[in-house]
Design a protein around this ligand. Structure first.
Ligand SMILES: Nc1ncnc2c1ncn2[C@@H]1O[C@H](COP(=O)(O)OP(=O)(O)O)[C@@H](O)[C@H]1O
Ligand SMILES: [Mg+2]
Length: 268
């Protein structure tokens, strides 16, 4: 698997004119990597992921998966969203099987694959449950199982733990690392949570705000991630300071531009 993005731009037509959400985005993700993009709210994170997923089309530039240009959605890219996207009337197992059904996988194989991935996410005893019977963390585990069941080349995650409480979030981060290690899945996750990005990924792209551009690429090297205490380690804190500084400086610049704009407008 090799994901490559070249000179990507995305503009939206709005009532107030053209809005540039992403500008000049070039990045790559290699087989088996866990990469995060971190950016403030409105920096185009979801837009970037939607473009990779093929749910929207770029204004300029290209996205290549194993050298093939993305022109629409495909089972080679699995998606997990922040909001719970399970079908409420389907059981946990049916939810996981659904994508496979669409792909025309025969029933017996579907059941087997769903059971396997529900085992991977530790929900074997909940196969018959309905989503409403599950906690937020469990729902996201089903969503992860569903995405993995289609055996995508890459798992795309848009702030998947953003709606969870702190404790569940930490448990889910640990859990995701275990899944990543045991399944050798390639993961590209988007988050505004700097600690989450550093804890999970091997590499981070720091996005600037409005329009989203890549401010910095950081390689993360930490002694051990199996211990959540690593977040208090000095190396971890140093990474955090570096990323926060980039995001803060960027925020200041954006604020200054807004101030200049509003003072210019005010003088008219
Ligand atoms: N369909 C759309 N039409 C118009 N503007 C959009 C659309 N989707 C996103 N935007 C704008 O693009 C910018 C980036 O949005 P988004 O990708 O959701 O950011 P993030 O996920 O980082 O918070 C925002 O200013 C948002 O209002
Ligand atoms: Mg978003």
């Amino acid at each position: 698997m090799h994901l490559e993005i070249n000179q990507l731009q995305k503009q939206f037509k709005t009532k107030r004119g053209l809005l540039t959400a992403l500008q000049d985005i070039s990045l790559h993700i290699e087989e088996g990597e866990f990469v995060c993009a971190v950016g403030a709210s409105g920096s185009g994170k979801s837009t970037l992921l939607r473009l990779i997923a093929g749910l929207d089309t770029p204004t300029a530039g290209e996205i290549l998966v194993d050298g093939v240009r993305v022109t629409g959605p495909g089972s080679d890219r699995g998606m997990v969203f922040q909001s719970y996207t399970l079908y409420p009337w389907m059981s946990v197992a049916e939810n996981v099987e659904f994508g496979l059904k669409l792909q025309g996988v025969p029933k017996a194989q579907r059941k087997q694959q769903a059971a396997y991935y529900l085992e991977v996410v530790g929900l074997s005893t909940f196969t018959k449950a309905l989503p409403k019977e599950l906690s937020g963390g469990m729902k996201q585990r089903v969503a992860i199982a569903r995405a993995l069941a289609s055996k995508p080349k890459i798992l795309l995650m848009d702030e998947p733990f953003g709606a969870l409480d702190v404790q569940t979030k930490e448990a889910m981060q640990q859990f995701l690392l275990e899944i990543w290690r045991s399944t050798s899945t390639t993961i590209f996750m988007i988050t505004h949570d700097v600690e989450e990005a550093i804890f999970l990924s091997q590499r981070i792209y720091v996005l600037s705000a409005r329009p989203g551009t890549i401010r910095r690429e950081l390689q993360i090297q930490l002694p051990s991630k199996s211990n959540p205490q690593i977040k208090r380690h000095s190396t971890f804190q140093k990474y955090k300071d570096d990323v926060m500084k980039l995001l803060y400086e960027d925020g200041m610049q954006t604020n200054r531009i807004c101030e200049v704009q509003s003072s210019v407008m005010g003088n008219r």
